[in-house]
Design a binder for this molecule. Sequence first.
Ligand code: TXA
Ligand code: MG
Length: 310
Amino acid sequence: MKRSITQGIDILKSGGVLAIPTETVYGLAADAMNVEAVQKTFALKGRPADNPLIVHIAGLDQLHQIAETIPEEAALLADAFWPGPLTLVLPKKPAVPDIVTAGLPTVAVRMPDHPIALQIIEKAGPLTAPSANKSGRPSPTRIEHLVQDFGQEIDFVDGGECTIGIESTVLDLTERPFTVLRPGAISASQLSGVIGESVATAPDSGRQGRSPGTRYVHYKPAAAVRWLDPEGEPEANTLYILHSGSLSFHGVRQVEFNRDYNAMARQLYDLYRRADANNLTAIYIEKFPKNFREGLLQALINRIQRSVGE
Ligand code: TXA
Ligand code: MG
């Protein structure tokens, strides 16, 4: 049910769950210090208890409530990228309930760049907010996606379509080398530029184990997602997602992004969900050149690879 910001704040303060907009994707928010409220988000999502949540803050005072220590690099990154699509993993304060961090000694924290989220978090936060989808479904970037997964009863504040469309970069600052556990709109090279040291990425650091979320199937619509073979025969009942502006097919559903990767990231999960609503059997996505591996595009490719099952 659609709520005003004030009603939303009341819901959260009385231990309820509220879907809130952020610049990346919608989050299913709860009071991070209220164990029962956080439990409700795990139950609603069907999320495994060993997958920890991100705590959302609206100011640095709230960071001090959550993180035991704030290394100099965290302060530099917060200054450069917050509010924004960057999550920092830091040592946790004992006051943060174990359910939030799945028993880990660390906590993931981010300050979202969205005026509605910031207003709500300032009054009712810090708030846990996993992406507001059922576990294993694509993250929601529009209100209709929330309703698809949770029905009309879900309480939400409407912020329109999310502008980025892909979840935040998660950076672990608790061990060296500092490691990107999940790529997002802010790239490893932007991060290392600010802190003046190199930043690893999880697959090549061999540290996937540090990101509990990467163990689970994610970002998967019911339709099979496949990289497009341009020589293949066009198939019925499929969607072709193209981006180079140089391929064209006849007689198939297709979307062409003409190298607008921001638009492609913003719309990817919506296209996945539309394919399912139309009972399509497959989604074919045009491949990217190997040297296209920076920033948002790298994150976009990562999400597609995971839905392809690579
Ligand atoms: O953009 C986003 O980050 C969105 C919006 C709503 O803020 N949130 C989001 O939350 O994507 P969620 O729960 O879907 O993903 C959180 C990711 C998971 O991969 C989880 O394993 C990881 O962050 N994570 C959380 N706490 C962690 C910790 N202490 N150490 C390592 N990874 C952690
Ligand atoms: Mg998620």
